[in-house]
Design a protein around this ligand. Structure first.
Ligand code: FAD
Length: 371
């Protein structure tokens, strides 16, 4: 069998970049092409949550825990990731939400997730910034935070040197055996192509994705915002009770007893997640839009709802909102699959569709590609 020496990675998002990291670690030469001047997709628009708490028991939790280990070791080697093992608090504001948290804390895998059920005083001892009215909270010590806007350049700086070439502003338009061509007409020879196109379902990628669509990969659009720096430190990431409706870890009997969501939250499929950035600002989201064509504008009602939820948990106004944006990820909808990996042609590996767990799981997904 011919040994793989040189790999072309297509896509400068977190999946492409983690594949570059994993390939270099195994001694392969890597050329990474990105169509934009810098990655602008889901990987830089997310919360930077390395999120173990909400994962489905079994394979999904195992993948997230392995990824969490890999993030921690990368964080030690690459300070620019700003990896923080800050943990998270999922907060209950009524008895029904608290009942779900109690059920989750009593499960056997609560140990792996490093769950601890806290009363309101316990929540404030861990995260004093949470001054609002609470019924309790579930601390997940396994959750962590990285800086999505800084992580990719930091990883590339870590890789810089012989054996790694970063080629931004190059859209790959053609793949043939052992080579890819970018839009400038340049050919890049290789033994293996790893294609990580994110939520781009058109162009050259569309050739492969037209069959994928039948296999079940969809796109999801989310709304996000970021505030000016909060004077106080938000010691953990924070999730509200609406997150119990979305994350598979909370698919427990008590979920059926949750009261209806606020109408705007139900319409926009909103949950509150809140993370403090390294510079003090709060990243706050999110919503979920599943039907295409997606809106091209952002919905203020959803932002008003998320702002009110954040302020209720903090018991104080949030700082001025400085940025609002939307992001789109691709998500496999195929049964128990956690992401899509296929070999549409010999020597071409397509990896996409990790959904809302892509930032978390990317290092472990890349590791699986090479094992
Ligand atoms: C708002 C939001 C919040 C999220 N929060 C979290 C979170 O906190 N934690 C978590 O685990 N996950 C989160 N996710 C999910 C996560 O961000 C994604 O699953 C992950 O970033 C996907 O990475 P990717 O590299 O596959 O895609 P992308 O980041 O979209 O990167 C794909 C790249 O490929 C490039 N490309 C495509 N086609 C070509 C071509 N032909 N030639 C060259 N380049 C090409 C694109 O330009 C793009 O830069 C969130 C997602 C969103 C949208």
């Amino acid at each position: 069998m011919r040994l793989t020496q040189r790999i072309v990675v297509i896509g400068g998002g977190v999946l492409g970049t983690m594949h570059a990291v994993a390939a270099r670690r195994r001694g392969y030469e890597v050329v990474q092409l990105e169509r934009e001047a810098e990655a602008r997709g889901a990987s830089v628009r997310n919360f930077g949550l390395v999120w173990v708490s909400g994962r489905r028991p079994g394979a999904e939790l195992a993948l997230a825990l392995r990824a969490r280990e890999l993030w921690a070791s990368l964080g030690a080697a690459v300070p620019g990731l700003h990896f923080r093992p800050a943990g998270s608090l999922t907060l209950a504001t009524d008895d029904a939400e608290l009942a779900v948290l109690k059920e989750a804390a009593a499960l056997p895998d609560a140990v792996q997730r490093e769950f601890e059920l806290l009363d309101p005083a316990g929540v404030r001892a861990v995260n004093p910034a949470l001054g609002g009215e609470l019924a309790g909270g579930l601390l997940c010590r396994a959750d962590a935070i990285v800086e999505p806007r800084l992580a990719l350049p930091a990883l590339r700086a870590h890789l810089a040197g012989p054996g790694y070439q970063w080629l931004p502003g190059r859209e790959v338009t053609e793949i043939v055996p052992n080579a890819v061509r970018d839009h400038t007409g340049a050919w890049h020879q290789c033994d293996l192509v790893v294609l990580c196109p994110g939520a781009v379902f058109t162009g050259m990628v569309g050739h492969y994705l037209s069959s994928l669509a039948r296999d079940g990969v969809r796109r999801v659009r989310l709304q996000m915002m970021q505030t000016a720096p909060l004077a106080q430190r938000l010691a953990t990431a924070v999730a509200d009770g609406d997150s119990l409706r979305y994350y598979p870890a909370y698919d427990l009997p008590g979920r059926g007893q949750l009261p209806p969501q606020a109408p705007v939250a139900e319409r926009t499929k909103a949950q509150l997640l809140m993370v403090q950035r390294a510079d003090g600002g709060l990243t706050i989201g999110d919503t979920h839009e599943y039907d295409e064509p997606f809106a091209f504008d952002v919905d203020s009602d959803a932002y008003d709802h998320l702002q009110a939820r954040a302020e209720a948990l903090l018991g104080a106004p949030i700082p001025r909102i400085q940025r609002r944006w939307a992001g789109v990820y691709s998500e496999t909808t195929t049964g128990p699959a956690l992401y899509h990996r296929s070999e549409p042609e010999p020597g071409v590996v397509l990896v996409t569709g990790p959904g809302g767990r892509g930032m978390t799981c990317s290092p472990a997904i890349a590791e699986e590609t090479f094992t």
